[in-house]
Design a binder for this molecule. Structure first.
Ligand code: ZN
Length: 80
């Protein structure tokens, strides 16, 4: 569905936390119980997800940040 992140490399891991899907910096694959900072500046504990969790709405602030990072990466790639 969201294939907009595939072309310019990974900019975020998306994980549902408390009913909202936040973007996490792609420094390492998130695992349950891990504390991670989201793209919108919140700190969350990564939880074990179920299929239902993935129906959660995407955090708008994380989405905007991820899109900015994607665009910046695309600009860098184009400048080389
Ligand atoms: Zn967020």
């Amino acid at each position: 569905m969201h294939d907009m992140f595939q072309s310019a490399g990974l900019v975020a891991y998306w994980r549902p936390v408390d009913g909202v899907r936040h973007g996490l910096s792609p420094v390492e694959l998130p695992y349950p119980g891990q504390e991670r900072e989201t793209l919108c500046g919140t700190t969350v504990i990564v939880v074990k997800t179920t299929a239902i969790d993935w129906l959660s709405p995407t955090c708008a602030a994380c989405w905007d940040e991820a899109r900015d990072r994607r665009d910046a990466a695309a600009r860098e790639a184009g400048a080389q």
